[in-house]
Design a protein around this ligand. Structure first.
Ligand SMILES: [Zn+2]
Ligand SMILES: [Zn+2]
Length: 350
């Protein structure tokens, strides 16, 4: 198998050749046809996260070893099945659930495998979709996508379930009430489509990039607001007709999270999803006079992936804008994402 792998953090990906994988036990090997490129792939490439207060989290401290092929929005065709793999056949095309854990702990056995303390995620701890093949430990991690465009279906494995899981955390939420979205990149677009599929029509989108705001408007955002304006909060409140009950921050830096929190109504919820990083100053008494919740959210579960694949199969989920590139241009794809030139999602095809 061929890989485009991170060999050294921050340096261009290198092409590597490894022996073709042979499935053992219940394992399944897929030939990757599509792989979305996510902001977390950029962080993986860089090798660190900003934790705020000058602290940095290094991926190597989380048990990640290099070289490693990134890519966790993987879709492909089954080419080999292990002797104990049931319910799947060579030639089947499936989305891969990448957020694997240990498989045996309380979280893993209650459909929260994405929150396992021993993560084994595909594209992080195991080789991902920037390789020609991926090995999946069990057929249960493979999800049928029917006639959905495979490039879009691939993105459901991260951006799709990430926004679905975040929207679940905002419930109960009257569908008539406005939802604030901060950041109109891949996740922001996925959220616009998902909110609409779930009946939420009123959305206010903030971004600092005019092109992305225009794309958000075309994708159905009710209001779009330039995040560089000096009265962003006032503009959001005006657009919403008052404080908002629900907000999602896809950037999650000091400025954006403060803005989101400031715009919340009493009992409003702010879900943090991005990893831009920084820290947040919080008026503690203010959290009593105007009670609000700040909720962190990381990807989603296998059940979430089955649910979003079903929404897509039923035609309820509007695809986000997709820029198709060849896998051999993986380095160029990362550079494009890094420089903010991507509206929606880049999907590598092979
Ligand atoms: Zn991702
Ligand atoms: Zn576990």
């Amino acid at each position: 198998m061929k890989l485009w792998a991170v060999v050294e953090n921050g340096k261009p990906l290198q092409q590597m050749d490894l022996p073709d994988p042979e499935p053992q036990g219940s394992e399944v090997v897929l030939k990757v046809s599509h792989c979305g490129v996510c902001h977390s792939d950029l962080h993986f490439w860089k090798g660190e996260y900003n934790l705020g207060g000058g602290k940095v989290l290094r991926l190597t401290d989380r048990g990640v070893e290099l070289p490693r092929a990134p890519g966790h929005e993987v879709l492909g065709t089954v080419v080999k099945v292990g002797p104990e793999a049931e319910g799947i056949a060579v030639g089947d095309r499936r989305i891969v659930f990448p957020w694997l854990g240990c498989g045996t702990c309380e979280r893993c056995t209650s459909d929260q495998e994405n929150l396992c303390d021993k993560p084994a995620a595909i594209g992080v701890v195991r080789h991902g979709g920037f390789g020609s093949h991926v090995v999946v430990p069990h057929p249960r991690y493979l999800v049928d996508f029917g006639d959905v465009d495979p490039a879009f279906a691939a993105t459901l494995a991260c951006s799709g379930i990430t926004v679905y899981s975040a929207i679940r955390k905002l419930q109960p939420l009257d569908p008539e009430r406005p939802v604030l979205l901060i950041g109109a990149g891949g996740l922001g677009h996925a959220a616009l489509g998902m909110l609409r599929a779930l009946g939420h029509e009123k959305t206010i989108v903030v971004d600092i990039d005019a092109t992305k705001l225009e794309a958000a408007r075309e994708a159905g955002a009710t209001h779009v607001i330039d995040g560089t304006a000096d009265n962003v909060v006032a503009q959001i409140l005006a657009a919403a007709g008052g404080p908002v009950p629900a907000a999602m921050d896809f950037v999650n830096n000091t400025t954006t999270a403060s803005t989101g929190l400031e715009c919340l109504a009493k009992n409003g919820k702010l879900v943090l999803l991005g990893v831009a990083g920084g820290d947040l100053q919080l008026s503690l008494a203010g959290m009593i006079f105007r009670p609000r919740s700040i909720i962190g959210s990381a990807t989603g579960s296998l059940g979430d992936l089955r649910a979003v694949a079903e929404l897509a199969r039923q035609g309820k989920l509007m695809p986000m804008p997709i820029m198709r590139m060849k896998k051999d241009d993986a380095n160029e794809a990362l550079e494009k994402l890094k420089s903010g030139q991507v509206t929606g999602r880049i999907v590598l095809e092979s």
